[in-house]
Design a protein around this ligand. Structure first.
Ligand code: NAP
Length: 453
């Protein structure tokens, strides 16, 4: 398993994949650890999560450099990601215990209540795009609740995977409360099938999610699916266009455009489309992109050359089918690295990859809408349903329209983001189940009814 620097194409390090015997030993050790971990008082687990937050902050810069080298994230963004992980650990350490306490429910019983109990080892299949955040948002609530975690990270971020395991150990978590396995996607079925594994969560593409979900179904294991998206940002005629274009640009280009909740389709009322395009073009022209270790750059390369090439194919096919390139759209294949320029496509319509598929990179697709009803219709004309944003000065209209949008979250005059206090997840092919907030905390628990006559 190679970690390749997407800035220059050089292999940073090769990792030997864990073999069957190692996997078996790790799963058994996780099960043994669960037998004691589940009974550790929640106050003790909270303290360890606080220690984890400190470990993350102490190592912030080095961890950001590791991300820059393995997947191309600019260092400042990487530091922000680590800070967010620390905050989530603190949130669950402080607020989690109240959501795990037994809940009395008045019935005809002399006493009846709901008890929240851990299930056991949970497998997490994770992506490379937020190599720390995706893992911590699974691990912090689950470890607090008494489950133990097994991580199968994306194969291009093995260094991050091992770093997370050692951070938990340095924070004082007992061995095997959290374990990293260096394995490929094809090993996942056997791990899900293993009797030790009680549930599985995957954050990744929709095809990978379908594969994990069918295996989980076959072996009757609970699963949570956090999959792809093609978030619509709807810009209505009465919006503050300059501000909307700035937020749209920020959301589209953050993390090199490789975020599940990045703005991907910009559905703009025809009365303001030209003005929006002008503002977005100005914002895109200002972006400095290049070496993610250079603090001047706010955008790095794409994570892998094959992903960059796949994105370019989607752009070329969209153009062939009628889209126009307003900015960018060319690849310098002579230079090493996985760079793709900030790109704006306009005249995008249903039937084009830029509308129908997820474009996982810095490519904005502008779609013209007749009016607000048409805009909502276009926003919902997608197999995905992760996030969405609405831009308008009319707040009561925005709140009314928010309920018509088919998505797991709708943000008004703001970019879609995750927050440990709010549930996160999608509908349709963006997956099911929720992470974060108390909904995420309770996904992999036995929500047990106890009734005393
Ligand atoms: P990916 O190729 O689907 O990989 C994600 C993880 O799944 C990796 O660990 C990968 O392992 C594994 N995997 C791939 N195919 C598998 C299979 N058939 N069975 C079991 N495991 C499999 O996705 P990615 O390129 O890393 O990440 C980008 C995708 O993730 C985008 O679609 C994005 O929208 C989505 N995402 C969603 C969220 C969310 O919260 N909804 C958040 C972030 C990203 P290998 O690396 O070994 O192949």
């Amino acid at each position: 398993m190679n970690s390749t620097n997407p800035h220059n194409g050089q292999v940073i390090r090769s990792y030997t994949a864990h073999n069957g015997q190692y996997i078996e030993e790790t799963l058994k050790a996780a099960q043994n650890r669960f037998e004691t971990w589940k009974d550790v008082p929640v106050a003790e687990k909270s303290k360890l999560l606080h220690a984890m937050a400190q470990q993350l902050r102490r190592n912030k810069h080095e961890l950001a450099l590791l991300m820059a080298d393995e997947m191309g994230k600019p260092v400042a963004e990487g530091e922000g990601e680590i800070e967010k992980c620390a905050t989530a650990c603190e949130y669950y350490a402080d607020e989690g215990p109240q959501y795990l306490s037994p809940e009395i429910v008045k019935t005809d019983a002399s006493k009846s209540w709901i008890s929240y109990e851990p299930l056991g080892p949970v497998l997490a299949v994770m992506p490379w795009n937020f190599p720390f955040w995706q893992v911590i948002r699974f691990a912090a609530p689950n470890l607090l609740a008494g489950n133990v975690g097994i991580l199968k990270h994306a194969s291009n971020v093995s260094g991050c995977s091992l770093a997370i395991e050692s951070l938990f150990l340095q924070a004082g978590f007992p061995k095997h409360v959290f374990s990293s396995l260096l394995v490929s996607g094809k090993d996942v079925e056997a791990i899900i099938a293993h009797p030790v594994i009680k549930a599985v969560t995957i954050t990744g593409s929709t095809p990978a999610g379908k594969s994990v979900a069918s295996t989980a179904g076959k072996y009757l294991k609970k699963c949570v699916l956090e999959l792809g998206g093609s978030d619509a940002y709807v810009v209505l005629a009465d919006a503050d266009i300059k501000k909307a274009a700035q937020i749209c640009t920020q959301s589209r280009l953050l993390n090199g455009g490789q975020s599940c909740i990045a703005a991907k389709r910009f559905i703009v009322d025809k009365k303001v489309r030209k003005e929006f395009e002008h503002e977005m073009l100005e914002a895109f022209k200002k972006v400095k992109w290049g070496d993610p270790r250079d603090p001047q750059n706010t955008m790095g390369p794409q994570a892998r050359v094959d992903l960059r090439d796949q994105l370019h194919e989607q752009v070329l096919k969209s153009v062939k089918l009628g889209a126009e390139i307003l900015f960018g759209g060319t690849v310098d294949t002579k230079s090493p690295g996985a760079y793709y320029p900030p790109t704006i496509l306009t005249q995008v319509k249903p039937g084009l990859p830029a509308f129908d598929e997820e474009l996982f990179g810095p490519v904005a697709a502008i779609i013209e809408a007749e009016d607000e009803n048409d805009a909502i219709r276009l926003a919902n004309q997608s197999v995905f349903g992760l996030g969405a944003a609405l831009f308008t000065k009319d707040i009561s209209k925005a709140e009314r329209l928010a309920s018509q949008v088919q998505a797991g979250s709708v943000f008004i005059n703001a970019l879609v983001k995750s927050d440990a206090r709010l549930p996160f997840g999608g509908i349709k092919e963006s997956g099911h189940g929720r992470e974060l907030s108390y909904y995420g905390l309770r996904e992999f628990l036995n929500i047990k009814t106890i009734y005393r006559a």
